[in-house]
Structure formats: C-alpha cells, structure tokens
Design a protein around this ligand. Sequence first.
Ligand SMILES: [Zn+2]
Length: 378
Amino acid sequence: MYRWNMNNINNMYLYYHKRMIEEKNPVLKRKYQEVIDSLFEIIDFYEINLNKKRKAVIIDDCEDFSYRDVINDDFRTLHDYGIYAPIIRDFNEQFKSVFIKQPSELSKIKISENNIVTLSTLFYQQLNEPFRDTYAHLAEHFKSRLAFRLLPKDLECAGNAHIVRHTKVVYIDVGIENTFQDYISLVHEASHAITELLNPDIIWDFNKYCFTEVDSLFFEIVGGDFIGDKTNNKKDDLIVKQRIFYDYLECASIICAKMDLYSCLSKKELRNNKLIKQYYKEEFGLKKQKIEEISLTYIHEIWHYIISYLTAIELYYIYLNDKDEALSLLYKIILLKGLKTQEYLDKIKELGIEPGKNITNYYNLIFKNMGERNGKKL
Ligand SMILES: [Zn+2]
C-alpha cells in the first residue's frame, strides 16, 4: 500500500515554521516561508484529493469575468513566451488538413499498485546515471511519499509531483484509470521528481517554462516502448502515444485560433463576448460548445506541453540511434538554469535539437506504423 505519511509532512511543517519565526536574517526567513508555503499546498492537496475530508471550493465565476480573465492571462503568456509561437504554428500548419481519427479507447486492465511501481522501477533501472541512481533514491521513499487515487470518469492521465521547496523531498500522486496509461503516469511524475533532485527549484524558473515537460514526455515515450515490450502490450502503448499526439495537436489548434483572434480584434472588441463568439463561428465554423471550451482555456496551461513534446520527440529520435547520447543531452537540458526565455531555446538548438523537426516521421511511426524501432519494423 502506498500512501503519504502525513505525520512526516506535519512535522516538517512545524519544524520549518519554528525556524521561520526564530530566523532574523530576512533572506533565510523568506526561504523558510517558501518551504512552508509548498508544504501547506501539499497538506491542502492531501485533504481535498487523497483524504477527501474537505471538499474543493469551486469558485463559480460569472462568465464575463472568466472570459476577460483568460484573455488577460493569454496576453501575458504571449508577451512572455511569444518567441516560441512559430513552433506551435508550424506544428498546427503541418497537420491541420490531415484527418486524424480519434484514437481508440484503452482496454481496461487489472494492474496493482505494486505492479505499476515494479515496471516503472525496471524501466528506470536500465537507464544510465544519473537517472538510475536518482530514481532509486526516490523509490526508497515511495512507501511514504507516493499515493495512487482513482480518477473521476471524465478525467484521464492526471498526476502530480509535489515538491517541497528548498529540500530534496518530493511527494507524488498518480491518478489511476486501470489502463496501460497508469504505468506511464508514474513514469511521467517520477521524471519530474528526478529533475527536481538534479536541478533543485528549477520548477520556479519561469523562463524555462516551455521546457518543463521535456524530460517527463521523453520518458513517457521511451518508457512506453519499454513497458509495452515487457507487458507484451504494444497495442495499448501505441494508443497512449496516439492519444497524446491527438491531444497536443488539438491544443496547438486552440492556441493558433486564439492567437488569430487576438491579432484580428482590438482590445476594445475583445471585451465584447458576442463578437468573439461570432469570430470563432465565422472564421473556424466552430460550434457553441467548442467556442465555450476555447474561450475558457488558458493558453499558459497547454503552451509548454507542446514545445516540450516537440523537443522530447527529437530526443526520442536521437535515442533510437544512440541511447547514451540522448540521455546525456537530456541531462544537459535538465541542468540548464538562470537563462533568459530566448536563451533556453538557443541552448537547445546549440545542442543540435530543433523542436518539431521529426514530427512528421513520428506521426507516421505511431499512426501508420510505418517506422522502425531498434532496427525492427513495427
Ligand atoms: Zn508533467
């Protein structure tokens, strides 16, 4: 049984709280406060999602406020990360006229928590250093820092790595849907935890935001290959890969539609919900429900997944030819810190990685099974 040890978390909370109160140095005092804040979030998450003693407070914003809030937030994202927009545009352009069938449902399979942990461990064990050792360190604490929870029906593949800031402590929760996805979800979240241990507090470097999912999405793809082979379930591995491609392409099309909207309408016109709805209807022929969905989607919630995904796929292609090289490049990417937003992209390119370069090959590989893996035809 895997569950979080709440006594440990509460004791840590009390310890840092005491230190914060006693500390005179303002820099250290702030640091302790940040540890406390992250612990508080973890306790909160536990109570709402894992313990269910408290219900989540759902703030029912009026439609008008939400729309405007999303637009303002989108403008901030475009201002901060707009230099990455051409990568998203290219991805959308390449596939916008390709009909991609919605991937089939994953078959329900019975897998135990132990089974999920075992396969994730087998996967990370066959990787090079520092990934193997860092995972081993993490797994030592799984009994008290990992939790599984059953996902509601409408939610797929959710999980989190909860980092206690300025410490080497990471709590993980993994959503379970009783499909092949469950293996992948732990591989994904464990990857975030590994990255945090290798480059502490990197998650708070907002200039690196576009690349925060590179490691986790790369290990998802490679881990899927590995676990698909081990469990003799290549079919479901392929569906998981198709699902993610399909979802991120959908996200890219939403971002592009929004960017078009924001460049076509003036700030004043954007305050008029009717006009926005009319624009989506006329320009893209969208239906009411879809317009609603797009209007309430914050692009900052999906933007980084696309850039990271396209980068991860490039690493995957390197991995297929040279495993060591791909892992050493990934390690270099993980260690990058303290750069400006544009400099992160420059560094990635300096490493010889062009996000999106192999996306058509990858599409052919997973949708048409035309590719090769490890010299074998798929
Ligand atoms: Zn993630």
